[in-house]
Design a protein around this ligand. Structure first.
Ligand code: NAP
Length: 492
C-alpha cells in the first residue's frame, strides 16, 4: 500500500491552500486528489456564460499570492481558473496532484495511526493526515420535478455547461434564480429567441461596482504591492460590515440590514420598467437569509421582449416544454437547470469518512447536529482536517476562511510536531463548547431574528440550523485560528 504524509481531497482553492500549509510545515509527500481533470475546483467545473466572481478580486485571492493583473474589479471565471493554475505552479503543487480520480472513502486505522484512503483507480493509500477540501457547492442538484427526465430537448445544468451550446434562435427555459442564474440569464437573453425564467424564490440583488482595472493601476499593484494590500483591506472592511452588521448582528443592526434591502429595491425600481415584474422580482424574506448577489444586467434582462418571468409553480416537465400548476404549457427546446447544489444531504461530508470505533461522520452529523470545532476538526476523527465543515465559512470571501484554516492547521500540526506526537484529536468538551457558542451567537443573526422562512435558504440544514457560516467577525476567526487553546486537543 502506498503511504504518504497527507491526502488532500480537492484541488480547489481550499485544497491548494491546505497543501501549501502542509508544505510550510515540512511535509513533502502529499497526494492531492480531485475527481476533475484540472485544478481550481468551482472555477474549473463552472464555465457557463457570464461566470464571474462577485467578491472583488483583490480580496478573492490568497493574501500571500496577490495577482496584480486582475483585468476587472470582479474577475471573470477563466481568470480565476488561470490564477489557480498559477498558484499550483508557483507553489510547486503539481507533482502532488492525482487528477481525474475520485476518493471512494476513508477509514481511520487506529492500530497503524493512519487514514486508509480508497481511490477509484484501484489504489489504496495510507496517510498520516486526511484533509478534505471538497467545497460547499460541489454536488449539483437536479430538481425533483416530475418529468425532468422525459424532456426531449437539450438539458444542461449550469455546473456542467456545454461550451458548444449556442442559444441563438432557441426557446430556452431557465429553472432557478440564484446567483448563478443571475449571471447566466443576461447572457442567454441576448441571443435566445425566447427565454422563460422560472422563479420559485426571488433573490436580493444589489448594484455591482464593477469595471476594468486600468493598466496603470495594474502596474502600480505590481510595482508597489502595498497599494494592492490597501485596496484589499478597504474592500475586506466593506464586506465585513455587510456580513457582520447586516447578517450576523441583526439584533443590534436591523437598520443596516434594512438599508441593504432599500438599496436592492431602488436598484430594482431603477432597472425594471414594469411594475408587476418588479413586484414579482421582490423577495419576501429578510436580506441575508439566503445569499444575496450583485449584478447590473440581471434586472434589465426582464425589460426585453424575448424574456418572460414565470412565477407559477412548475407542475411537471413534458417532452417539449414546462407545464405550470395553472395548466399552462410553455414550449421550449432547451432546459437550463440553474438549480444549485445539494449541501446537507450529500456534501457533508462529500465522501464517506469512518473515524475511531467505526464512527461514520455523515451519520453522526445527521443523528446529532452538524458541528465541527472551529469548523475544522471533529471528535472521534483523529488527524482529520475537514475544511468544508459546519460553521467553517467565515466572512464573505472564501479566502478569509481558507487562510484562517491554514493558520489553524499550522498551530495544531506545529504543536503535534513539537510534542513528537502522532495523532491529534479535538476533545468532546471543546467541540461542545464551540457548538454552544456558535448556537448562541446565531441567536443574534438574521437567521434567527429575520423573516427567513420563505427564503428556502441553503444556509439552513434539515435540523433547522443555519450551520454553514461561522457567526463571528473574520478578525475573530483569524485570531482564534492562531490562538486557540492547545488544551482543546488531545495529542498521542
Ligand atoms: P442556488 O443559490 O441554490 O439557487 C438555485 C435556484 O434553483 C434557486 O432559485 C432555487 O429556488 C431553484 N430551484 C432549485 N430546485 C428547484 C425546483 N425543484 N423547482 C424550482 N426551482 C428550483 O444555486 P446557484 O445559483 O448555483 O448558486 C449557488 C451559490 O453559488 C451561490 O449562493 C453563491 O454562493 C455561489 N455562486 C457564486 C457566484 C459568484 O459570483 N461568486 C456566482 C454563482 C454562484 P429556491 O430558492 O426556491 O429553492
Amino acid at each position: 500500500m502506498r503511504t504518504c504524509d497527507a491526502v488532500v481531497v480537492g484541488a480547489g482553492f481550499g485544497g491548494l491552500g491546505a497543501a501549501i500549509a502542509l508544505r510550510e510545515l515540512g511535509y513533502t509527500d502529499l497526494l492531492i486528489v480531485d475527481r476533475e481533470d484540472g485544478v481550481g475546483g468551482t472555477w474549473h467545473v463552472n464555465h457557463y456564460p457570464g461566470l464571474a466572481v462577485d467578491i472583488a478580486s483583490v480580496t478573492y485571492s490568497y493574501s500571500f499570492a496577490p495577482n496584480p493583473h486582475w483585468s476587472h474589479v470582479f474577475a471573470r471565471g477563466p481568470e480565476l481558473k488561470k490564477y489557480a493554475e498559477h498558484v499550483a505552479d508557483t507553489y510547486d503543487l503539481r507533482r502532488h496532484l492525482r487528477l481525474g480520480t475520485t476518493v471512494l472513502g476513508a477509514e481511520w486505522d487506529a492500530a497503524a495511526g493512519r487514514w486508509v484512503v480508497r481511490l477509484d483507480d484501484g489504489e489504496t493509500v495510507a496517510a498520516r493526515f486526511l484533509l478534505t477540501a471538497t467545497g460547499f457547492l460541489s454536488q449539483p442538484k437536479k430538481p425533483d420535478i416530475p418529468g425532468v427526465d422525459d424532456f426531449a430537448g437539450t438539458v444542461v445544468h449550469t455546473a456542467a455547461w456545454d461550451d458548444s451550446y449556442d442559444a441563438a434562435g432557441r426557446r430556452v427555459a431557465v429553472i432557478g434564480t440564484g446567483a448563478t442564474a443571475v449571471q447566466l440569464i443576461p447572457e442567454l437573453a441576448r441571443t435566445a429567441a425566447d427565454l422563460t425564467v422560472y422563479q420559485r424564490t426571488a433573490i436580493w440583488v444589489t448594484p455591482k461596482l464593477d469595471g476594468r482595472i486600468p493598466k496603470v493601476v495594474q502596474r502600480l499593484f505590481a510595482k508597489v504591492p502595498f497599494t494592492q494590500r490597501v485596496a484589499r483591506a478597504a474592500n475586506s472592511a466593506v464586506l465585513e460590515v455587510i456580513m457582520v452588521v447586516g447578517v450576523l448582528n441583526y439584533r443590534r443592526a436591523k437598520l443596516a440590514n434594512k438599508g441593504a434591502e432599500v438599496l436592492a429595491r431602488l436598484h430594482l425600481r431603477r432597472q425594471v420598467r414594469d411594475r408587476r415584474t418588479r413586484e414579482a422580482l421582490t423577495p419576501d424574506y429578510s436580506f441575508g437569509c439566503k445569499r444575496p448577489t450583485f449584478s447590473n444586467d440581471y434586472y434589465p434582462a426582464f425589460n426585453r421582449d424575448n424574456v418572460h418571468l414565470e412565477t407559477a409553480r412548475i407542475d411537471h416537465i413534458a417532452a417539449d416544454g414546462i407545464v405550470t400548476a395553472d395548466g399552462r404549457k410553455t414550449q421550449v427546446d432547451t432546459l437550463v437547470l440553474a438549480t444549485g447544489f445539494d449541501l446537507w444531504d450529500t456534501n457533508f461530508p462529500a465522501i464517506p469518512i469512518t473515524g475511531r470505533d467505526g464512527l461514520d461522520l455523515g451519520t453522526w452529523w445527521r443523528d446529532t447536529r452538524f458541528q465541527a470545532y472551529a469548523g475544522v476538526t471533529v471528535p472521534g476523527f483523529p488527524n482529520l482536517i475537514s475544511l468544508n465543515s459546519p460553521y467553517s465559512y467565515n466572512g464573505l470571501s472564501y479566502f478569509s476562511t481558507i487562510e484562517s484554516q491554514m493558520r489553524h492547521m499550522k498551530r495544531l500540526i506545529g504543536e503535534l510536531q513539537r510534542r513528537g506526537a502522532d495523532t491529534f484529536e479535538v476533545t468532546e468538551r471543546a467541540n461542545a463548547a464551540f457548538l454552544d457558542r456558535m448556537t448562541d451567537l446565531l441567536g443574534d443573526s438574521v437567521f434567527a431574528l429575520g423573516n427567513c422562512a420563505p427564503a428556502r435558504s441553503y444556509y439552513f440544514n434539515q435540523h433547522g440550523d443555519a450551520a454553514l457560516l461561522r457567526p463571528t467577525s473574520t478578525a475573530n476567526g483569524k485570531r482564534e485560528a492562531s490562538g486557540f487553546p492547545l488544551s482543546d486537543y488531545s495529542f498521542a
